[in-house]
Design a protein around this ligand. Sequence first.
Ligand code: ZN
Length: 513
Amino acid sequence: MESVLRMVKQHGLLEMDRLGLETFRNEGAQRIEGMDAVIYRRSIRAIEDTLFFIGVAGGEKSLFLAGEQPIVGGFTGTSGRIGGVSLLRAPFSPANGSLLQKAFPFTAPVSLRNRKTTIGCGDRLGLATPGQIRAVRSYEASPVLAQQSIRELTLTGRDYPGVVSDAAFLVFQEGYELGYGADGDHLKSMADIDAAVAAGMPMITLDLTDVMSPAPASWSEGKVDDEFRALDSGTRDRVLERYADRSFELAGARVRITMVEAKRCALMYLRALGYAREVDRHLRAKRGDRYDLEISIDETTAPTLPAHHLFFVSELQRRGVAVSSLAPRFVGEFQKGIDYIGDAAEFERQLAIHCAIANAFGDYKISVHSGSDKFSVYPSIGAHTGMRLHLKTAGTSWLQAVRVIARANPGLFRSMVSVALASLTEASKLYAVSLDPAAIPDSDHLADAELEGLLQNRSSRQLLHITFGGLLGNSGIRGKLLRTLAENEEAHYALVEENIAKHLRLLGVPTRR
Ligand code: ZN
């Protein structure tokens, strides 16, 4: 506490007026280092006579409040009065995070429904956000900084209030005022949706896997006819009249739906459409227009046919569902952390049709899930979507944290590889990958400088990508990992920034001027 206060006094921060603070905040290196303490320059702000900033003292990062008067405002933590100055050290708790969002509204997540290009930057550790902000800052894109699925929450031992407040503190640390999103990713139940909404997350990615019926996709025409006949007559008439044997002329594409395909779509999607409508009404009741509903139909076994996409969104529109983005399952493979696998020309041809449909039925964003590291297809994704796009990444930033370890702490990295191999069986139940453990070189036989190569090798890259739960759950690894990242904080941010910037650049997102 005293070392932080010394720095505050040394730089005369308590005497500066608003303009003085603004100038100070924007000039010079982000980290101001003192003896045994750090202050993050871009976080320094004042409300009336109270100074707010993020700092590190005694190895721990916190929000600090300082002023000549006693500190008010409800923040909780350790307080003291030294040399006529009151100082409060407030830990990064959800309660303090909520107060920060009220005091500085730019730190609260917002709806990005009207932003053209958005990028999901999942931050599994709650430590990568500053690097992600630094990348996005230079581009005409808005970041979704807080983004976790229930699966990730379980594997990392976090919860939605913590995920949102960590993002808020780090947005404050970087002084990023352009607005960011928060996504309750791949949610299925109303209870999980409510948990995300209660934590202040404006974006919900509704995963319809469990309410879709995949079976009719492979039914014979006779079976489809029989089952369709069991639907009520109003639905049957409407589906046949609107879709059966019809061609839809869209700008840049033509989509034809045959009689049997129209019936098949009804059997596959009607229940999911009803649920999507229920969720949309629920979100509107809770948040007015300030929510982003993403609909995900990507976790299915077969690619989303253009005819099915058209049927689905046309029916969403008829139900008045406000879709902000939709994630189809694309042709080919979008595996975690590695480049696109499949026929890139066919992917491009189908993507163009998906984009034409999105354009014609509400101009929602096409969302690309498992979107990280698909560098070979980014140029075509950028071109066909015209940047009307949500690109969802998550594990790629985690892998940059792992890269920091490979460079800075080779011994720890070797232990991580062996723990990762030991947790592969468990992780493979949750994540579909095609890695071959036999193709992974033995890290004990690699020189320190060669270790980083394991993040290029496809099998070891996927291994380290999907075993984060096993690694973070290992008490011998977790503490050392967090300490190494803290000691190499700027290097960590730089690697995350470089990687996210590469994604945006190859997509062709325009730079901000
Ligand atoms: Zn997905």
